[in-house]
Design a protein. Structure first.
Length: 234
């Protein structure tokens, strides 16, 4: 068990940091020809692989996908909920223009100290604004400071029971046309378990059901990695 952006995060064995349902050989092929993983991110991935919670790190192809989304949307102001050891924030920050910024929310000093080392190594430290503390409180402060509709892009990858609360807050913080990306929305396939009793699975099931009918956004749930939902604010 580990603590992440806003509460207890139960490590989930099926929370694979690679795309589900493809062979090892095909995954290796994608890594070889389809993902230009920067050397600094490869080193971060290898360092993170040595800690028990390494499954919380996103897959290399997902890092490349987030970076591509930032490039495609021309995002400059980003939010991340759940930073862990920094793979996704480094990937996003590398894709941002020089004046781009990413606010990183996490509760762990220990893990974000690893992230901070890699932000330095990647030359993106000046783009990163790390806020240690429960993410809901950090996001509430940003809203109280009048930052509604001033962000372009948000990535949510933290404690699953907190997702809905993070989603509601970042949906206000991103501008109309801005993008909210949510990770682990298929939860290793456990979203299909109708009799699930654990809080994480139930929270993701409820959020997926809510998003399906959420008229405030246009929506796409991609079966990439562990399920990546794109919700674009209307
Ligand atoms: Ca994740």
């Amino acid at each position: 068990m580990a603590v992440r952006a806003g509460g207890l995060h139960h490590y989930h064995a099926a929370m694979a940091n690679r795309t589900m349902g493809i062979s090892d050989e095909l995954a290796a092929y994608v890594a070889e020809v389809g993902t230009r993983e920067p050397e600094v991110l490869a080193r971060l991935r290898e360092e993170t692989a040595t800690i028990p919670q390494h499954g919380m790190q996103i897959a290399p192809e997902e890092g490349a996908f987030l970076a591509m989304l930032v490039e495609l949307t021309g995002a400059r102001r980003c939010i991340e909920v759940g930073t862990f050891t920094g793979y996704s924030s480094t990937a996003v920050a590398l894709a941002l223009p020089e004046d781009g910024r990413i606010v990183c929310c996490d509760v762990s000093e220990e893990w974000t100290s690893v992230a901070a080392r890699y932000w330095d190594e990647a030359g993106v430290a000046a783009k990163v604004d790390l806020r240690i503390g429960p993410a809901a409180e950090t996001l509430d402060r940003m809203l109280a400071d009048g930052e509604d509709a001033t962000y372009d892009f948000a990535f949510i990858d933290a404690d699953k029971a907190g997702y809905d609360g993070y989603y509601e807050r970042v949906l206000r913080l991103v501008r109309p046309g801005g993008l909210v990306v949510l990770d682990n929305m298929l939860w290793g396939g456990d979203v299909l378990k109708r009799d699930a009793t654990d809080a994480d699975t139930r929270a993701l099931q409820a959020l997926n059901a809510k998003l399906a009918g959420d008229e405030r956004v246009s929506l796409c749930l991609l079966p990439v990695a562990d399920g990546v939902t794109l919700a674009r604010r209307r």
